[in-house]
Design a protein around this ligand. Structure first.
Ligand SMILES: Cc1ncc(COP(=O)(O)O)c(C=O)c1O
Length: 409
């Protein structure tokens, strides 16, 4: 075991050389070592005043006028365009609203409908009656996929991401995958898997909850069809902040939403009895947007406009933080007490470290009491998320040190 002081000294040097260190000041933080930004991002300090203005002035004084004058009506696509560069998308392809679960439903049903349409266009094309879903997925995606499959007359086939390529075939309509596994922090190969799905004539839907704001995604570059993600983790939008839906531009005219609410109508105030979809990403909207949460998110995204803040800078620091955490854990924690289930290879690692530990629930409870906040995922995982915008190397060293002390009893 190394002396704690040497790693603490190294942490100090790494923090001093960190180009993102000053961004931490933009957040409301305290003495707690907060390693749970992969569950709920911290509060950017300027957000409360912006939300207060939305409530007091925009709602309280302007009232109904704010739909036009404060830009409420167009907020879902305007804020979508703020998220777009963070996931490698050109403007006009991302719309914000609803939860990730709801957007998974929209994307998956729309994907199956497009696959079926391709079959019809090809005359005697394959039937396309199967949906592949990541068997290791965060549960909501699996539940929604099961319902989407039932509604579209598809069979649902759970497969691990490693099995996807072998499972693809003529029957595959759509594949629902996670970019980063919520439990292990494993980063999946989005370019290769998307290409394999396309080679089989199917559509790829990616869940970006654990990658957006933490690492480059490259949606346009890799030809992703549809993607969804939440904004309350690495985008710091606040509890329950609305999710987003990406629909590749070329597919937008064919995007047939299973939830065609009036907000996605070509002429929403025409009050027509017949539905006619709007063009563009707006087609992914459903009902009246959740303005208070939406505008809190918009304010939170300002952090990304700071000098020196970029997805590539965030990714570089994220890998340095997770590397350093693994080193500190290796140095401080007695051998065999925990086992990392997060891949060591950078190309396979998201922005979290998951440690398997026998009494994980109890250990996390005690860690939190000692001021190190991560989270526990059943049955035996201690999960530590590293948000490079506000987590520093001293936090990392302290977390590993307190973990070792906690495990010692
Ligand atoms: C990968 C993934 N998908 C979906 C969700 C949840 O989505 P929702 O916004 O519908 O609660 C989470 C929540 O942590 C998640 O990690």
């Amino acid at each position: 075991m190394s002396e704690p002081t040497s790693l603490a000294g190294e942490a100090e040097q790494l923090d001093a050389a960190d180009g993102l260190a000053a961004v931490r000041e933009r957040f409301v933080l305290d003495d707690v070592t907060y390693l749970d930004g992969n569950s709920l991002g911290a509060l950017p300090a300027h957000v409360p005043a912006r939300v207060a203005d939305v409530v007091r002035r925009q709602w309280g004084e302007l009232r109904i006028r704010s739909w036009e004058e404060s830009g409420w009506w167009t907020a879902p696509e305007r804020i979508g365009d703020r998220i777009a560069p963070l996931v490698g998308a050109a403007a006009g392809q991302v719309v914000v609203g609803d939860s990730t679960s709801v957007n998974v439903f929209k994307a998956l049903v729309a994907a199956v409908r497009m696959a079926r349409e391709d079959g019809r266009a090809a005359g005697d094309g394959p039937v396309r009656d199967e949906i592949l879903v990541d068997a290791t997925t965060f549960p909501t995606d699996g539940y929604i996929a099961e319902s989407a499959a039932r509604m579209t007359g598809c069979a649902l086939r759970p497969v691990t991401p490693a099995e996807v390529t072998g499972a693809l075939g003529d029957r595959t309509a759509a594949v629902l995958l996670n970019h980063v596994d919520y439990r292990t922090g494993r980063l999946h190969d989005l370019p290769a898997l998307t290409a394999a799905v396309h080679a089989a004539g199917a559509y790829a839907v990616w869940d970006l909850c654990h990658s957006a704001g933490a690492l480059p995604v490259g949606l346009d570059e890799h030809g992703v069809d549809l993607a969804v993600g939440c904004t309350y983790k690495y985008l710091n939008g606040g509890p329950g902040s609305p999710a987003y839906l990406y629909v590749r531009r070329a597919l937008q005219p064919r995007f047939d939403s299973p939830l065609p609410g009036w907000n996605s109508h070509a002429e929403p105030f025409g009050m027509r009895s017949a539905y006619a979809p709007a063009s563009g990403a707006v087609r992914g909207r459903v009902g009246t947007p959740d303005i208070l949460s939406l505008l809190a998110l918009e304010a939170a995204l300002d952090v990304w406009d700071e000098e020196g803040v970029s997805v590539s800078a965030v990714r570089a620091k994220s890998l340095a933080l997770t590397d350093f955490f693994l080193r500190c854990v290796g140095a401080y924690v007695p051998d065999g007490r925990v086992e990392s289930v997060t891949p060591a290879a950078h190309a396979e690692r998201g922005s979290q470290v998951a440690l398997r530990c026998d009494d994980a629930a109890e250990v996390m409870k005690r860690l939190i009491e000692r001021g190190v906040v991560g989270d526990y995922r059943a049955p035996d995982v201690l999960r530590f998320g590293f948000t490079p915008l506000y987590v520093g190397f001293a936090d990392v060293e302290r977390a590993a040190r307190v973990l070792a002390r906690t495990l010692a009893g």
